[in-house]
Design a protein around this ligand. Sequence first.
Ligand code: AMP
Ligand code: MG
Length: 322
Amino acid sequence: MRDLTPVIDAVRQGAALCREVQAHYLTRSDKTGQEPVTIADYGAQAILCRALMRHFPADTVIAEESGAQFAQLVEPEQRAQIVTLVSRILNTTVTEADLIEWLDYGQTALPGPRTWLIDPVDGTKGFLAFRHYVTAVALLEDGQATAAVIGAPEYPGFEGGALFYAENGSAHLQLMNGGTARRIRVSDRSDMATLRALQSVEKSHVSHDRIGRVRALTGIPDALVGWADSQEKYARIANGDAELYLRLNRTTSTRPHYVWDHAPGTVLVQAAGGRVSDLDGAPLDFSQGRALPNSGVIATNGVIHAQMVAAVQTILATEGSA
Ligand code: AMP
Ligand code: MG
């Protein structure tokens, strides 16, 4: 835990900030491409980047949001609100210039030998709609994703939310409010009739039709599908609460997947004994910068992985010959 303690603390502070924003200051701005962003995204990223600057000054950081965007998109009144909130949560006086400096610490283009990937609020649309969201961080060492922390304030069944972390090939769950951490493992279900699949809530993010075709082919019941925003889906697989998370793009989509949206979840699922791959079964490559060079994602409890890769390939072949 030597490496992760400052990150876990910052993820907890980020969760506290998200709750405050949701309760009192919820407004959205829109980035290019209609993607929403809130002051919680900027506040949580600033807190995380500050912790990384202080504790790991030699490491690089790739994070979703930027200081320039913050200054450009967010109204002065909301910038002042987030400065006040971050000051209160960190228990120190923070200025807007500090926030912008910390945010821009995450603007590295290419990973170095040790690089942190940050999604301060993953599932911003869920956050805005009072559904689910997470704060997600992964560590890349020489291009390999080796550790992760995911704070899931709305994880079902946990008052105050759940915090997940993974390192050295083992995955753990702790209450967001603290207490003893325990090891978690994926479920061992393989009977398709009892399989719990997870899917993005947002219709624009994935092709619900294509994913439905994979379920129909394999006999996975629609009735057991769980809907959730964000990398909470990976956490649910790691914690044995589901077995499958498929991400097949809409055929018209040209938007890449980003490393911060999948590296933390991938580390967590793999450390809990599951598997995560591209649609052809190849590992995801997080070493190429902000965008992932992949065509989709298959995350499973491991037991069903080969069968799901085969099913996805069958559906892709059908589309190709249609
Ligand atoms: P999920 O709730 O699993 O769909 O994941 C949320 C993530 O979807 C966000 O962090 C975004 O990076 C990503 N996202 C946002 N807009 C799109 C889009 N149009 N297509 C695909 N992914 C998107
Ligand atoms: Mg995200």
